[in-house]
Ligand binder design. Sequence first.
Ligand code: GDP
Length: 421
Amino acid sequence: MPATVIVGAQWGDEGKGKIVDLLASESDLVCRYQGGPNAGHTIVVGDEVYKIRAIPSGIIQGKQSAIGAGCVVDPAVLIGELDDLEARGHETAALVFVSGNAHLIMPWHVALDGARERKLGNLQIGTTRRGIGPAYADKATRIGIRVQDLLDPKILWQKIDLAVAEKNVWLERVYEIEPFDADEVYEAAAAHATRLGPYVADTSLLVDRALRHGKRVLFEGAQGTLLDLDHGTYPFVTSSSPIAAGAAVSFGIGPNRIDAVLGVSKAYVTRVGEGPFPSEIEGDAQDRVRELGGEFGTVTGRERRCGWLDLVALRYAVRLNGITSLALTKLDVLSTFAEIPVCVRYALPDGSETEEFPAHQSDFHHCRPVFETLPGWGVELDGPELPAAARDYVRFVEGALAVPVTLVGTGQARESVLTLG
Ligand code: GDP
């Protein structure tokens, strides 16, 4: 498909990296459409290990890689990645493009992110403290500094001077931490401008031209559907729009230019931190899934909560994103379970049952899962075909959602993906 969006269909950590890599190898241009340097992929090529957080991972395969207007960019992180790639022999000059409309994560955003989380104590959101939320907040308040501002020294100085005056009041009086010096911030930003200048591009035009010339464009979302700022489980959400429509908004193309939406879901569910989680597994089985699936935060090491596959939430993801096919990852994690419950409906406090995700958070908070139990397969998924019971599990998901499952993850290795006919 010329324009395909890959979207996390749950609360993030769905194992998108592997699927993105697979599709990137068949694409000409890979586009990152939201978020900042918090979500990252670890890519292993032979003996080389790459950790990239800002640039789409397609760059490792020498693909054109674009960062859209809907992203927030930490210039120091981006430059670090460019330097590392170049030091390891990867061309970046004609391959990496950054939208001039993307907003910059400035040092006060990082300081405020950490200070706010510390002040919230037990009520903290659990952000990655990289300044992403505060940068998006300033964008919405119309006081943000954009990538293109780096190219105009006068405007850059004016904006930094104004921002520092305001942010320092918050930093000193509300959070009681060190203020910033406008001159120092400007010097650092001016150095970033010199390095990043050549990469600043009109990414809307770039994608438009690529599609007109019949190129294959892949849009990769970070985080996941239920973390969407508008449609996710607010306030435990991210500060941008991971849903598929976000790709069109971020890159400035019409929604009708998107041909396919591939949703990525685990064969079970995980969620980090607080908030309602109807299909959360009770008892020891949750620890077993966590251990088998390695469900611990990559950066924080924090345990992820684990649940059985929730078809109500996944149906919602299909609706929100217009998912045309699904990749079901980590099916192998369930291989040793004799029986596998799947959440097919929610029971609401008034006694009714629903297959649709509740529109009101208190309904979601109080709903109970209705499970249907499917037989396990009891063997490893290391062959070229799925065992019958695993195939039935996949078919059950397809039937419930009316969406084909085209890819299945069967192990940690990058090549452990089965393509279903
Ligand atoms: P993302 O946050 O959605 O991009 O997730 P990643 O791509 O970083 O994947 C998270 C972890 O899941 C990595 O350690 C992967 O190796 C692992 N993983 C991905 N797919 C599978 C799978 O099919 N089976 C197993 N067992 N692990 C997988």
